[in-house]
Design a protein around this ligand. Structure first.
Ligand SMILES: [Zn+2]
Length: 266
């Protein structure tokens, strides 16, 4: 993608945001689904031609890490690595622009994909893995999973796992609950039953889903980040795409580097 293309993506995203696009945060007080940016963005590039998606290279399956708690909020505090982790949904052009920014800086990220986004944008699974990034499960529909009856919560986890397996060969490396920073014991148990020994929480909330603008996202992350941090961010937000190079530069100045979550904790 040329810089001109990137600028047009950002302009399109900014106008979608100005038109009232709704955020899709992970916090328990938001139940708004994404889609406004997606629907404002014109035709969906990955559906062109209606060709079935090619199978992406296999994603790393979940790993049980001895010594780590069931819910992981950060990695080692005595290292130099951090993990940038993304709620995976939204305009695929913005997601592609963001992955490109990460790759230009030599950074790896972790995308927790929502199942219905993978249904609409199946090519994104390959794009994420081909960039050397990590892919995980962020439920099928991003409902308030900790408030659902057990059977419905399990279906939200297992249906997204099925999508990931069909597209990549595994259920993905990590599970993160939707609309909750931490899973309840019930949801953590259901995730384990679905094949995920750990739940991926986070210790730095970028608050980027509120669309505060790139400088605020940059400041919020860099003020809080330290060795071992797991940072929560969102695809599908223009301010996050614009903030990423600034965040990566700030990490570099602090001697920190962005790696996959698996590299962070193993
Ligand atoms: Zn989320």
């Amino acid at each position: 993608m040329t810089s001109l293309d990137r600028r047009s993506v950002l302009r399109a995203a900014a106008s979608a945001a100005a038109a009232g696009a709704l955020a899709s945060g992970c916090d328990p007080h938001r139940d708004v689904d994404a889609g406004a940016v997606r629907s404002a963005g014109g035709p969906s590039p990955s559906r062109a031609g209606h060709a079935p998606p090619a199978r992406a290279r296999a994603a790393r399956p979940p790993t049980r890490v001895p010594g780590l708690p069931v819910q992981i909020a950060h990695g080692p505090r005595n290292g130099r690595a951090v993990a940038l982790t993304f709620h995976g949904r939204g305009d695929p052009r913005m997601a592609t622009a963001l992955l490109g920014e990460a790759e230009r800086a030599g950074a790896k990220v972790t995308v927790l994909a929502i199942g219905d986004w993978l249904d609409e944008q199946p090519a994104m699974a390959r794009r994420i893995l081909d960039g050397g990034h990590e892919l995980g499960n962020h439920t099928m529909h991003h409902r308030n999973i900790c408030a659902l009856p057990a059977a419905e919560a399990y279906a939200e986890i297992s249906r997204c796992a099925d999508r990931l397996r069909a597209l990549t060969g595994t259920i993905g490396s990590w599970f993160r609950p939707s609309q909750a920073r931490r899973a309840t014991d019930l949801v953590a148990g259901l995730a384990r039953k679905a094949g995920y020994p750990h739940v991926l929480s986070y210790d730095v909330d970028s608050l980027d889903a509120n669309d505060p603008g790139a400088p605020a996202v940059q400041r919020t992350v860099l003020d809080a980040v330290g060795p071992g941090s797991v940072v929560s961010l969102h695809l599908g937000h223009a301010g996050t795409v614009a903030a990423l190079p600034l965040i990566l530069d700030g990490l570099r100045r602090r001697g920190l580097r962005a790696v996959t979550t698996t590299e962070l904790v193993t």
